[in-house]
Design a protein around this ligand. Sequence first.
Ligand code: NAP
Length: 287
Amino acid sequence: MYKILFIGLGKMGFPMAGYLSHQHDVYVYNRTKSKSETWRKKYSGQVLDSLSNDKNKFDFIITCVGNDNDLREVTSLENGCLNCIDQNTILIDHSTVSPKVVREIYKKLHELGAGFLDAPVSGGQEGAEKGKLSIMVGGSEETFNSSKEILKSYGTKIKYMGKSGSGQLTKITNQICIAGILQGLSESIYFMKQTELKPNDVFEVISSGGAQSWQMDNRFMTMVKGEFDFGFTVDHMRKDLSIAFQEAEKNGVTLEVTKIVDNFYAEIQKLGGNKLDTSSLVKRLTK
Ligand code: NAP
């Protein structure tokens, strides 16, 4: 049994920390404290009021926060969790953030003698709730091997990708795929709706053929019904795509379709859809 601090109880972190609590001694911390209280009512564990005043030392500290600034804050000297780290601690970050930030944190923790893995996830809110995430990991292989047991608590595909930042580079590759797939799904649903085809029948047959994807399996029918109040937000997607464009520029790569889809997401934000699921891309066409 490990002593674990989990920081960030959002759509993803809330159930992930829950899985850990079945086997480990879990402490949780979230910026908005009411979420920690809700978590404690559902799972067994302890709530921290602040990170910087805490005197506990942890075997693992796991973060699943929003963006670069959030991760910098929870790992900063002033307000972050560095008091809770000793030479045996491993920090695992599951947020999607820039490779630059995770490399900075890797260096900082390495200097303190602690381990750090960038371990972004894929599989959505559903994957987190079912404990079936794909986890792509960067950092030292030794630290990865020491962390596998923890990652198995909510991951079914766990893969070491290489040195620090490689997890985030893999996640960017994933997000570029998803942007194109969701625009394709949006256009196919828009087309289908102009015909007399029955959506259930179309879904049944094409989701068993060459067009099948996670997005089709999980989002086709909710897109048809216009349900978007769940899942992975448009704001998070635009954050991820901005990281993709920065990294693409560094590598001399042009992401033509991804740029178009990013502009479509900006239109969804203008319609007030910042917190809607990314499948709300179809709203531009069916509004
Ligand atoms: P979310 O619902 O916005 O949750 C983020 C959580 O982090 C919130 O509870 C937030 O607290 C907390 N937080 C942020 N900054 C903090 C700080 N400085 N101190 C303490 N807590 C802090 O986001 P999510 O959907 O769970 O996603 C989390 C990360 O995973 C993101 O990087 C996202 O891109 C990635 N991701 C998400 C999905 C998905 O389907 N949702 C899938 C794969 C990857 P508050 O309660 O105060 O806001």
